[in-house]
Write a protein that binds this ligand. Structure first.
Ligand SMILES: *Cc1c(COP(=O)(O)O)cnc(C)c1O
Length: 427
């Protein structure tokens, strides 16, 4: 028995499913999960010493790869002066100034400890600001695990086949209205049926939790217009896209403005951080200035801020980082398409910036409905073959691959070789 298997066996006795987050259990790819010992650059090493090229990067935060030396140094330097004070520090001002400088329409920001917390707080703020109760979300989009967002959710909820969680008060779910991603009419209809009741529309500007699905031309612009016409706020959940598809995120990439933006993942450089920001007029409704209450014992934690600030500074100061990883992603996505064509396998490759998904589906994937037609059994065979050959991608059909700045030529060469082998074996 491998050490990973043994740890999983012990873990299962004391942790539900042996894990602290569902997708780590590898249930949908029918094998025991990995237990990781350490990582460096583009590689992770499991408890048994196996090496994998990591195309997940902790689900996105590590855009510079594992153990970036500058970030490690910054954390080390900070940690010796205290773990947490429950009082403000210069670093919190610095990271807030930096984010307001690089993200359009963000004049103020509040740090929290996860993407879930950022979304939960942003929704409260939108409701407090507008005095309205209802929110529109999209089928297959994932916004963390707060009650109102676990309705038709993506990511692990979708992977497990249960996009609606048990334990959500029916009255709560009633205030979450579900529209179809890339379908403006479905949004317009909800606005008509719930006139003057909608506080906000929340969207992943690039859907990345039902696999990667780019917004169709005009979709985000249309949401902006509908929100303006109905005096509702538009929330871009940029927990994945922020600081990734462009330095200023999806607002910069697509040229569409949001009222509130939520962040997570990259913003913490691998530490547990989330944030939400927007125009002063909206953000000053938050306590202690306004009456929308939101607080956090460890929010703005000095070590987390040190890691996040260093990573964001590096992305700002070296514009080549994002352009390089975007180019590399485009290159391997094209290689993947050629291989799929060569072996005549039913599969689609979607790519936006450094995010890629391969769907084992016959038709183009541009919506939740087309995404869920993908063949999960085929994905499972594909995943297992990739992993057995040293390539770690997300253990689910409905997640993204994340390219980092630590991935180099040799990593891509090996990825493409193993991809070809794995695809050829599917026939
Ligand atoms: C990961 C994710 C979240 C939740 O973030 P956590 O830090 O896991 O709570 C929210 N929204 C999106 C778009 C995400 O990808």
């Amino acid at each position: 028995m491998s050490l990973s298997d043994e740890l999983f066996g012990r873990g299962k006795k004391v942790m539900p499913g042996g894990v602290n987050s569902p997708v780590r259990a590898f249930g949908s790819v029918e094998r025991n999960p990995l237990f990781i010992e350490k990582a460096s650059g583009s590689k992770i090493y499991d408890a048994d010493g196996n090496e994998y090229i990591d195309f997940v990067n902790s689900w996105g935060p590590l855009i510079l790869g594992h153990c970036n030396q500058d970030i490690v140094e910054s954390v080390k330097h900070t940690i010796i002066n205290g773990f947490s004070f429950g009082l403000s520090t210069e670093r919190e001002v610095l990271i807030a100034e930096l984010i307001c400088e690089i993200v359009p329409n963000v004049e103020m920001i509040r740090m929290v400890n996860s993407g879930t917390e950022a979304v939960m707080s942003a929704l409260r703020l939108a409701r407090g600001f507008t005095g309205r109760d209802k929110v529109i979300k999209f089928e297959g989009c994932y916004h963390g695990h707060c009650d109102s967002m676990l309705v038709k959710a993506g990511s692990g909820a979708l992977t497990s086949g249960e996009p609606d969680s048990a334990g959500i008060i029916k009255a709560t779910a009633k205030y979450t209205l579900i529209a179809e991603y890339n379908n403006l009419e479905s949004v317009e209809k909800l606005f008509k049926e719930n006139k003057d009741e909608i506080a906000c529309v929340i969207v992943e500007p690039v859907a990345a939790n039902m696999g990667v699905i780019p917004p169709k031309e005009g979709f985000l612009e249309g949401l902006r217009k509908l929100c303006d016409e109905n005096k509702a706020l538009l929330i871009f959940d940029e927990v994945i896209t922020g600081f990734r598809i462009a330095l200023g995120g999806a607002q910069e990439y697509f040229g569409v403005s949001a009222d509130i933006v939520t962040f997570g993942k990259i913003i913490g450089g691998g530490m547990p951080v989330g944030a939400y920001g927007g125009k002063r007029e909206i953000m000053e409704r938050i306590s202690p200035v306004g009456n929308v209450y939101q607080a956090g014992t460890l929010s703005g934690n000095p070590i987390a801020m040190a890691a996040g600030y260093k990573q964001l500074t590096m992305l700002r100061d070296n514009k080549d980082i994002l352009s390089t990883i975007n180019m590399n992603a485009e290159y391997i996505a094209n290689e993947m398409r050629c291989i799929i064509e060569k072996y005549n396998v039913s599969a689609q490759v979607n790519q936006v910036g450094s995010l890629i998904s391969v769907f084992f589906a016959e038709e183009e994937v541009d919506s939740y409905k087309t995404a869920v037609k993908s063949d999960k059994k085929v994905f499972s065979r594909f995943f297992n073959s990739m992993l057995d050959n040293g390539i770690y991608i997300a253990p689910s059909q409905f997640e993204a691959m994340f390219i980092s700045f630590a991935h180099e030529g040799g990593d891509f060469k090996k990825f493409i070789e193993v991809f070809e082998k794995s695809i050829s074996e599917l026939r």
